[in-house]
Design a protein around this ligand. Structure first.
Ligand code: PEP
Ligand code: MN
Length: 343
């Protein structure tokens, strides 16, 4: 059930609707929009009787939701969500650039990458302190020591920090030191972790699972939102297919499909999506061309020495070049969308 309030509804009208929802034993989620506020209802097992709400003051409509997701849907919020991440935003008028190394290795490596990322004008910095590695013997990340270094990067360069958490303790730590909690592909359907992140006070970057469908991705986002965390950014990072020329197959058709169904922003990760340095820039351009709200790119001052994902890391010079290209492309596309060519 979704309650759409009239444009002139007062705060007290919204509170009354929330009271009724609570009395019924459900949870109300208030989504303010440009023209009207909507309230999503979760926690109900069967359908909710619309007559509970129809005659309340300020209510325009009580709508039954037929899709499996509620809070991520455009019915609840027709306009796009702009997610605040630290001092920056994702999903607004600018292409959000997130860049940095796969893993935090040393202070020198981290600060060299951060200096280049800041110089490019990006507002966000990535770097893993907790690494989900296929082999238990591979480098697992520096943990809290790494997070502390990321916090220093923020202090020095004003970059907002996006970093992965793999368990509940990790989420607490990222909440303390970072600006955005990354849930990695391997955890996209770790439902108890999603619920925990849904109670965190920081935005979440949710990466698509290794073989997740669109519905599975959207329902994973729904888990976060159902717990009250509405600051969710989706990420296409490639999926497993029979193709073996790239690490994964970038499924760029998911970008317009996501924009059609949800108000949440989606970014593209051409680093994990391809696994190869020479493919990253072309696929980054492609991501922008299909409407991504941002990009997340792995960069390393010395990719040949990287402890993790070196084959897909861009050098700092390559990153500067990519950044120039995608910003120009983004401006070109959006200028044309805003002023369609007549004739
Ligand atoms: C990462 O961003 O470093 C990462 C491990 O990504 P994914 O979860 O998409 O594999
Ligand atoms: Mn990586």
């Amino acid at each position: 059930m979704l309650i759409v309030m009239r444009p002139d509804a007062a705060e007290t009208d919204i509170d009354r609707v929330l009271d009724v929802i609570e009395t019924l034993g459900f949870r109300g989620h208030v989504m303010p929009g440009e023209n009207r506020t909507a309230i999503g209802i979760t926690g109900n097992k069967g359908s909710v009787d619309p007559t509970h709400f129809e005659n309340l003051r300020g209510v325009a409509q009580a709508i039954r939701v037929t899709k499996p997701y509620k809070l991520i849907s455009k019915e609840l919020r027709p306009e796009k969500s702009v997610i605040k991440v630290g001092t920056g935003t994702i999903g607004g008028d600018e292409l959000a650039m997130i860049a940095g190394p796969c893993a935090i290795e040393t202070r020198e490596q981290l600060f060299a990458a951060a200096e280049a990322v800041a110089a490019s004008g990006a507002r966000f910095f990535r770097g893993g302190a907790y690494k989900p590695r296929t082999s238990p013997y591979a480098f697992q990340g520096l943990g809290v020591e790494g997070l502390k270094m990321l916090a220093e990067v923020r202090d020095q360069y004003g970059l907002n920090i996006v970093t992965e958490a793999m368990d509940e303790r990790g989420i607490d730590a990222v909440e303390e030191y970072g600006d955005c909690i990354q849930i990695g592909a391997r955890n996209m359907q770790n439902f108890s972790l999603l619920r925990y992140a849904g109670r965190a006070k920081k935005p979440v970057l949710l990466k698509r699972g290794l073989s997740a469908t669109l519905d599975e991705l959207l329902l994973a986002a729904e888990y976060l939102m159902a717990e009250g965390n509405y600051d969710v950014i989706l990420c296409e990072r490639g999926i497993r297919t029979f193709a073996d020329h790239a690490r994964n197959t970038m499924d760029l058709s998911i970008i317009p499909a996501v924009h059609r169904l949800t108000h949440l922003p989606i970014i593209v990760d051409p680093s994990h999506g391809t696994g190869h340095n020479y493919m990253v820039t072309p696929l980054a351009r492609a991501g922008v061309a299909v409407g991504a709200d941002g990009l997340i790119i792995e960069v390393h001052p010395k990719p040949e020495e990287a402890m993790c994902d070196g084959a897909q890391a861009l050098t700092l010079e390559q990153y500067a070049d990519l950044n120039g290209q995608v910003i120009s492309l983004y401006k070109l596309i959006n200028a044309q969308v805003a002023e369609p060519v007549s004739g």
